[in-house]
Design a protein around this ligand. Structure first.
Ligand SMILES: [Zn+2]
Length: 472
């Protein structure tokens, strides 16, 4: 039963609506390395012409096959960790996580248990920072396809995705609303794409979202507990259950699924019960979450270090190399543009994805600014497709000159035009004399000269007026 705020405020009645939502997130991202995580097979499951063609004894889990770790995937994981402000374990290892499922050919997944490559980072959201617990590297599983063959329902397995490098980013339980969860996930995707290490194609499963949701009765807010005023909840104060919302493939579904869970759990708690510890999925058509499996207790994956893979040690040189590959952080880029060029982040966000593209934009903005051309207008026109410019195929000169042509007199203040007009008047005394003598057409000549000087398409009427004013 849900009470309105007014009802729950009646003295003597238990305040039932005072729940705080606590969310921790786990996000999986497939890295776009050329080859898979532990073998030389092509890493391109989304474009494979046929199932099971990018496979070998290693990623099929055949006995005796030996894995070799993909160096690039390790470097990209650390790169992401550094961009998220994480600390790095300079000595690390891979572990086997055992469980049985048909899409897991070896009977275990190679992952990282107690020594993830990265730990202790942070992502800023407009609701406050979200702590990053860890970023680790593992391998993806194959893909199960359920379909009908000869009228019989069967499950088929495609191993093209088996052992594709997969990064998992885990947050602290420091997300307090569905809106914040959505913002966090979007921001994370933006950062990953910016680093150019994954396309994060959510529809195809290149980025998969998971939220652990629970509600906490928030009477504790009445205390002067510092951890609460800091909007942080200490681990020992966490609710004694959590519901895992798994395999969400869109930001909207994430938000809706969490909203649904909050209401569902609220009802259970208000009935005096505790929601079951379980894994749930989200049904977009019905806009509900549904139980996938219940968790009686913590699963035993029998983790142990993979004996086939040597531990990883980052020496100074290798670590310095990775560090130097981290571009200027995306927040810093947006802040700089906002400060230097007064352009809104919400718009510039729409213009690019990778750091390489951001660097190109930087050059364009710099050039526009040097030529005193309005940058906010440029951004607006490009975002709203009012100008035919390909930011990343055309070179800077082409882009700037295309924009220049489209800039009309409205963008140039009178004072600036006046400079050109004065120059033209000085250089063409005869035309000025002719105009004063009543030869009206000669003003057209002067207008043309000013346009040539200004190198801009200028509104004829306004320019004519300004010239007349200067002459008389
Ligand atoms: Zn392979």
């Amino acid at each position: 039963m849900l009470l309105s705020k007014e009802q729950s405020g009646i003295p003597g009645q238990i305040n039932m609506n005072n729940y705080k939502t606590i969310i921790g997130m786990e996000v999986h991202v497939e890295l776009k390395t050329l080859s898979k995580m532990f073998c030389g097979c092509k890493n391109d499951p989304f474009h494979a012409p046929k199932p099971n063609i990018y496979t070998c004894p290693v990623c099929l889990g055949l006995p005796g096959a030996l894995p070799v770790a993909n160096k690039r995937a390790i470097e990209w994981t650390v790169k992401l960790g550094l961009a998220l402000g994480c600390k790095i374990n300079l000595f690390s290892k891979f572990d086997r996580k055992h469980y049985f499922y048909p899409d897991l050919s070896k009977g275990y997944q190679i992952s990282q248990y107690d020594m993830p490559f990265c730990y202790g980072g942070k992502v800023e959201t407009s609701y406050g920072p979200v702590g990053i617990t860890r970023v680790h590297l593992e391998e993806d599983t194959g893909k199960l396809i359920h379909q009908k063959v000869d009228g019989r329902g069967v499950s088929l397995i495609d191993f093209n995705r088996s052992s594709v490098p997969l990064v998992e980013i885990v947050t602290e339980p420091e997300i307090y609303s569905s809106a914040q969860a959505k913002e966090y996930a979007k921001k994370l995707r933006q950062i990953v794409r910016y680093l150019d290490i994954s396309d994060c194609d959510m529809e195809k499963g290149g980025m998969r979202l998971e939220a652990n949701i629970s509600l906490k009765n928030d009477k504790i807010q009445m205390t002067n507990d510092k951890s609460i005023t800091n909007n942080k909840i200490q681990k020992e104060e966490l609710p004694n259950y959590k519901v895992e919302l798994k395999n969400i493939n869109s930001f909207r579904f994430l938000e809706r699924g969490i909203e649904y869970e909050i209401e569902r759990q609220k009802e259970i708690l208000e009935a005096g019960k505790t929601p079951d510890q379980e894994t749930r999925g989200y049904n977009a058509e019905k806009n509900i979450t549904y139980i996938q499996r219940s968790k009686e207790s913590a699963e035993d994956y029998r983790y142990f270090p993979d004996p086939d893979l040597p531990p990883i040690r980052f020496d100074d040189r290798w670590f310095a190399e990775i560090k130097s590959s981290v571009p200027e952080l995306i927040d810093s880029v947006f802040n700089r543009w906002e400060k230097n060029y007064k352009i809104d982040r919400k718009l510039t966000e729409l213009l690019f994805e990778t750091s390489g593209e951001a660097k190109k934009l930087d050059k364009i903005f710099f050039c526009l600014s040097n030529q005193k051309l309005p940058i906010d207008k440029f951004v607006n026109m490009v975002v709203h497709k009012k100008i035919k410019i390909d930011l990343f195929k055309q070179n800077v000169e082409e882009i700037v000159s295309a924009y220049k042509k489209s800039v009309t007199v409205d963008d140039v203040p009178d004072e600036e035009l006046k400079k050109f007009i004065d120059k033209v008047i000085r250089a063409n005394p005869q035309a000025v004399k002719d105009f004063k003598a009543g030869k009206i057409q000669s003003i057209n000549f002067l207008v043309g000269q000013v346009m040539r000087e200004a190198k801009k398409k200028i509104e004829f009427q306004r320019l004519q007026q300004l010239i007349k004013k200067s002459i008389s």
